[in-house]
Design a protein around this ligand. Sequence first.
Ligand code: XMP
Length: 544
Amino acid sequence: MYATRSTQYATRNTDLLIPYPLSPISMDTIIILDFGSQYAQLIARRVREAGVYCELLPWDTPVEEVMGLNPKGFILSGGPASVYAPDAPQVPAYVLQSGLPVLGICYGMQALTHALGGKVAPSGEREYGPARLSTLKKNLLLPDADYQVWMSHGDRIEEVPPGFLPLARSDNSPIAAMGDLSRKYFGVQFHPEVHHTPSGGQILRRFVLDICQAAAEWTPEAIIQESVTRIRSQVRDERVLAAVSGGVDSSVAAALVHHAIGEQLIAVFVDTGLLRQGENLQVVKTFQQNLGLELVTVDAVEQFMRPLQGITDPEEKRRVIGETFIRVFEAQARELGSPRFLVQGTIYPDVVESSAPDRAQAERIKTHHNVGGLPEDMEFELVEPLRYLFKDEVRAVGTALGLPGELVWRQPFPGPGLAVRCLGEVTEERLEKLRAADAILTEELQAAGLLQMGKRDREISGTAQAFTVLLPVRSVGVMGDQRTYQEAVAIRAVTTEDFMTADWARLPHDLLGRIANRIVNEVHGINRVVYDITSKPPATIEWE
Ligand code: XMP
């Protein structure tokens, strides 16, 4: 299996997650039971997009935990098993005893069929890809005559359970949807959660709003209100520390805690000297102007640069930076009288992945080199205001709290900062060159409308991430009548939805030409610019 570096370091320190408190949200809740589907998180996102709060839990979560959340309905996810296999996950009895509406998706439908006395059979043909669904009996879930859907299944329903009707068919599945309309049980063989099922979002919306009758209460304002109550009851009058890096999650987490407890929050910004042009001042100014929050700024540039001297190995750079960050942060925390609580920007996908069945096992490899990562031996109680939120919800909350678009829609930036984009030794002089080149790239992309700022994830037309890399090679050039022998810069610009795979951005040639020209003319010491046209895999997005 292709092991990505990003999963090693881009994930946060999920080892340190505390088991999450139950019933955190006093809103109508839908429970999605995860049978190991690779799309489980997408189901949750679609439900949340319908404005309804939901939780994604492993299928074998204890009944008290699930029912403690006071659900309005259940969605059973797909999964890789076959219902008749010896250890196949089954629909928990409490789901059927609850009297609540149930929607089974793919394996979830098969498990429901099996549990209620219908028949599931291995299909002669595996059905994978787009399919046309014809409705046999119009109903609340499927009110239209036909649908374009996405299939991915082997087994199929041969006989619906007593009380059920076949509701739709496809070429390969005579029973592609079924329902017991009086008990409000539904099953669909296709995947409504993926975007290849264009009206899938509507189908899920009808299930949660019309069939489960859950109220659409999950708005940024409501999220903020809930969080404020929860944060206040957790920390009471204690002081809380937050490390702000300028990244989206740490910024929104700090903003939310500040909104809840005001001056009890002390937000620390460590200037590592490895940020982009003007970024340190911008972060401090943004917090001050938009939130009225004074960041405690620690100028640690010297402390980071010294141990980086002479180091060229990428892993060694990460290690040194990670360790330095922890030392600097520890010293600062002591100076501030060691507050009892620490804000952590853990978001919902981290929480879900650390508790999911098999699926995420392979992805949970971590090193602890991430700048901004929590010092492991420090004794803090964690405040995690984003642990129920997906990334787009984090952005919506950030916006509602008054954080500016440039911050909320920022492209990701690696924890070790420019150190991993300055190949070879990291020196002040080389960082300056890199910063200047990077600023030109950003400016030109922004002018061309190709920085993804301000757009929603699914409307990406520009670059998901774009930056320059300073290469430790020198090449010959000619400027005026002079021979030059200088360093080169690589431009890296990618399109991606999830950063696990990526393609190089097809930037217009004229634009690339203009950027190259400006870099060579304006950045002293650079005489060549190259464009990186490798996808990920086999390359990674960052060069180190
Ligand atoms: P790669 O280079 O593995 O990067 O394709 C995938 C994504 O992760 C970001 N990245 C990091 N994020 N700490 C982070 O928080 C890090 O050390 C780190 N290194 C890479 C990278 O920018 C890309 O978005």
